[in-house]
Design a protein. Sequence first.
Lengths: 195, 382
Amino acid sequence: MEFVRYDARCGLESSGNVPEKLVLKSLREMDPEAISEVHARYFPEIYRYARYRLSDPVAAEDVAGEVFVRLLEALHAGLGPSKSLRGWMFGTASNLVNDFFRHEYQHAVDQLPDELQMDGADPQQTAERREELDAVQIASQKLTPDQQHVLALRFGSAFSLEETGKIMGKRPNAIKALQFRALNALRRHLAVDQS
Amino acid sequence: MSDMIFDALQECLIALEQGQEGNEVLSRFPDLESDLRPILDAAEAARESARFDVPGDSMQRSRSRLLGHAAQLREERPARGWFGLPKAAAAILTVLFVLIIGSGGLVSASTQALPGDPLYSVKRAAETVSLSLALNERTKQSMKSEYIQRRKDEARALLILDRPESVTFEGYVQVIRTDYWIVDEIKVLVTKDTKIVGEIEPSMGVEVSGMVQPGGWVEAFSVKLRTYTLSGILESLKGDSWVVDGTRFRVDEFTFIEDEIEVGEPVVVFLRVADSGERIALDIREGDESPSRSEDESFSESEPQSSSEGEDEDEADSGHEEDEDVTVSPTPEKIDTPQAGTEQDEDDGPEEESEQDDDDESDDEPEQDETQEPEETDEPGD
């Protein structure tokens, strides 16, 4: 299976190649090239975000794909992102994941993942890691949507504080507070679950 | 919790991201160490969860699905203008807005716009608004004529500029050749796919809808009969519904009617054909009594050769194999319209159009061509 390497800092906004306004304009016209371009740029990070929160790759692919479909539909209806494209997409991804957890999302996926690609790790470590990951996922689901979102962005996707702030539409100071509370809550739930 | 610990946490996180040792990092904040350590452990656990790359086929699948969806949306797309409104509505709102504010700059800037230009919808919207604000019908009619002229000018400009846009304009048919027509000096490519509505002959007014092609042509999607002159005897007159030579048409308050026209007299009617096929009279005058038509007059257009050898062509058939031109008709001809339920079997060529009755004086060509047999045409209520 071929993997696509992904760099959190690589987004249209920072690349400076094409002004976002022009991109959005082309998208509104359903221009296939623009659509492919935007998909190539953002799918990896949206997928990664969804995968982090959902664990299941099938659900993650579903949610990530749906984010783009919703983007086109919103643009088609004259709505859609006016400011940050990336922020809009992550916001939509977060909503879709939340819907998923509330069982409002159509494709229900019950199982936890049984495939975790680990290179060169020994089975013991893999098993331990798998437990740990599951624990984090389970504990995360007890957090508020905003807390889950910030954890996924800061740690799942490795966005910087500033980038996370842009995506969430919040000031850096607010993100500092939010990430603290999120981690604090995670810690608590992990401790409770482990006992 | 004070802001200090939030800042401290962030600092620690950055340090950890940069690869520093956990204990080393914590040693910077001795007071907060006990609080921070478990938090940093949680951060570590959270980070550990994140190692997934994107499967390539996931991405491909998603991309294919997305492009398919886009194609679907493209097909059903309404034109969206400003504020997400349909373009026409947005354009009209713009014009009204501008008129109210009084700047008019945008509207006047749009007067030069051509189809395909960003301001073209504003231009058309301004026309719509002007029409609706017209004080009386006379003004409205003259505005409409002006706009008809504008469409033609726009088409001409696009042809000169060689811009492939779709255009719709009205004009008079000057020439009908096998593969092309000339409508008000605009070359119109007529193919087997062109939809021809009405039985069209030279000197009739038509509406051409088509696409500007390189080389100065308009390739027509459709050519619709719009105006023509009908000459004949006024057979009946009931309210606003008149019949001349079997053709029924409507008369309205803008129809110019010469005084003292009576049933049974020859008349010349200038008709406009609506999309529904309904004929509306724009002008009704007394017909010429003399058999030798004085209309032979002015129109002599460029094609003098007569196809009086007896070319038989169907009306409005420009896809005929023969290379012979149908010449320009200098005279208005009597047309048997489909509405009147008449059919003309053969068209002898423009020189000759005959009536069924000898004493029908209107629109008889001089019978120069003895070789031609006068055509009998069927008419209802004969």
